[in-house]
Design a protein around this ligand. Sequence first.
Ligand code: GLU
Length: 907
Amino acid sequence: MACSSLVPLVLLLLVLERQLSDATNTITIGALFDQYESDPARELAFRYGVERASSSIKAEGTSIVPRVERVPASNGFQTAKRVCHLLKVGVGAIIGPATEPTAAHVRSLCDTKSVPHMTTSWRYRRRSEPFSVSLYPHAETLSQTYVDILETLRWTKFHVLYEDNNSLVRLQRVLRMMNTNNKISMTVRQLPANMDYRMLLKGIQNSGGTHLVVDCSAENIYQVLKQAQQIGMVTRYYHYFFTNLDLHTVDLHDFQFAGTNITGLRLVNTDDYDVIRQVQSWKEAEALRGRHVTVSPRRLSTEAALLYDAALLFAKAVDDLHVSRDIRVMSLNCDMDDLWPHGESVLNYMRNVEVLGLTGLVRFDTTGVRSHFSLDVVTLLDEGLVPLGRWTPEGFSASGADNRTRVVPSIKNQNLTVTTLLKEPYTMLKESSEELEGNDRYEGICVDLIEELAQALHFNYTIKPVPDNAPGKYDPETGRWNGMIGELLEGRADLAISDLTITFEREAVVDFTMQFMNLGISILYRKPTREPPSLFSFLSPLSLRVWLYMAGATMGVSLLMFVLARFTPYEWEPPHPCAPDQEQLQNNFNFLNCIWFCIGSLMQQGCDFLPKAVSTRMVAAMWWFFTLIMISSYTANLAAFLTVERLVFPITSVEDLAAQSSIKYGLYESGSTATFFRTSQIAPYNKMWQVMESQSPTVFHDTEEGIQRVKNDKGNFAYFMESSSIEYHVERDCELSQVGGLLDNKGYGIALPPDSPWTNQLNERLVYMQEQGKLAELKNKWWKNDGAQCSDDRGRSSSAASELDLENVGGVFVCLMGGMVVATLIAVVEFIFHLRDQASDDNTSVLSEMGRELRFILRCHGSTKPARAPPPAERRGSGSHGLVAFNEAAARKHTAAYGDFGTPAVS
Ligand code: GLU
């Protein structure tokens, strides 16, 4: 009886319980976390996300509960077992795990059971996945974001550092930038798996790389920066762009004040009040439950935020779907073919609804990917990471106060380290009786120049001589630069100022200001000892050629005088002018007399007989003109030769040096002069480099040693040096001199680390100083004034007299020759006129008279001839030109033969 009365009660309870369970609908959402999960915020975000989602569900009696499963990261079997367990319990969706390929395994299980799968970490979707939804920004769009940011930052030359194959996929659009823009140059390097990045970074540093795009996990960002800092790559001259969306989770405090340009992206706006409040509330709730969690709202990771948003999205989809149907989870068996009937609908709803989560508005495009999202572009300043602007698919918009202006500071009030070489007269240690400190210890043109710049631009500086005292040379074996360039690249100096030549190789790795001094390579050589005056130095004013030509001219003119004097009738005259009626005519100009006449004129002495005919007077006049010029030139040049001591250089140019082997030559091996010879394609420079390299003992010396060797080797050593330094040393050491001109043309500039923000400011000031003549003034101060003593000496040697050659006096010879031709023509005219008169007087033909005269002339000896009777008119009157009275006997004798008339009279 008692039992039978209990039956209705039990039935009632069963009905009530059934009705109660129909009224409460609990939907479980499963999440798979790594069993060694390092970020406590992720699970917290998931749990509180579900809690928040559940509270927002409008459908009565429906609640969402979280269920967390821990799985080993790379154990697919274990993971599958946990997933099957979740399916057995009954879940509305499964989130995670974060690592592939386990996640792929879970995705395919969900696929077979029509249970939505949600992903919150980056992955590349190769094919469409019907039961999966990824809240992480779409890979392709994200890749385009990087391109947009790099374009906004105007990076054209950078190094891309990637971690693994996924990084390469993420960076694919960046890598393609080179194909579309030929101004872009990039090198792509993989970060070593052993996490020792120093070698890699050093290589980039030595190649002058300053802009780095780094794609690595958030855990490695700190290591990359720390190791970069260890080798001096975390200075104001370096720029980093981290593609990881979790840069804000890294402790960047160590790098915050270095002035390095560190840019990153952020999906979660950790500065947002709602986000901060949200995270704060989780912590408080945990504290109420007696649990202490170390979660910082400012360091909330992207994945944690996405887990929170995933719960919101699922809840929103379920809630919206509830309006039309009752969604309930059901137990599914992995070994059977059963499916969750609501899976597809929930998934479709998730792809269509929008929720505002911690990562902004979560929504999907028609293909089911999250291509619409916005990112904060953040940069590291002294106050931490601050937003530079916001990226959306529409483009980049800078935030109100453009922070970029703050990362390009003015040189004003900066404390700069200036590296330099101790080398005369660029930077030298100051001699002083007192102990000097700081920059006061140094003096020189570079010290003055930097002081001028500092005064004008209001910056402070500390001079620090470079330890190896080298300008900067690249060592291909170590991949490093030494000297001042190394100091700049390794972040130990901000400026390098010395006799630092601007070269192509250096320009590629550091920045240079404009030239502050121009110069070229030249030869430093010992001044030869002065020649002892020679016994025959009186011959020196004229070259041998000129002497020979003069001797020839003397003989030639003498001969011509002799011939013309025989031709012209007017040089034949009675031997005694007081007794004109003599039977014979005499010619003073026999050959020996002609030579005597010429020599007498040449020596400026003259002689006691002078020509009378126009033709011979023409010869004499031209000869006197010739001697006047020649003797004047000789006298003038002799004076120069006697007052100037001549220096004879065995070499006068680089070609001379290359063509001989007795004089050795060398240079400074670590400088631009060596680079010029080493890289030259031009003969003889390339051959000279080979010769220098093969020399033993070495011919490579630094400047001081080089100068010393030039002096000690007494003309057997020449040293290639830059003209500015040669000029300085030649002014001070009179034993030295510069030989030949400049081999090239270049200049010294102030070097700065690549992309230094100070280059333009220094350039502007240098241009101003140049225009004001300040640079020339500084050079004058250090080159001319202090200790310069050999300028006069140099002046004298440079104006040394040189012998006169045919080029100098050739014109006089030409005039002489012209005069001789004219004289010959006159003589011919005289001769013909005379013949004509004679023929008419004798009643003979002109030709027979000519034949007779020519026969006599061409015998070339005999300086007397019989006088002829003058024509009747003449006989009555004057006896012109000394022609004497005609006498029959003489005429007969004359007809017989001209030659019997004694020897010529030599005066
Ligand atoms: N000025 C040179 C340089 O910057 C050094 C001297 C030289 O090579 O002659 O490398």
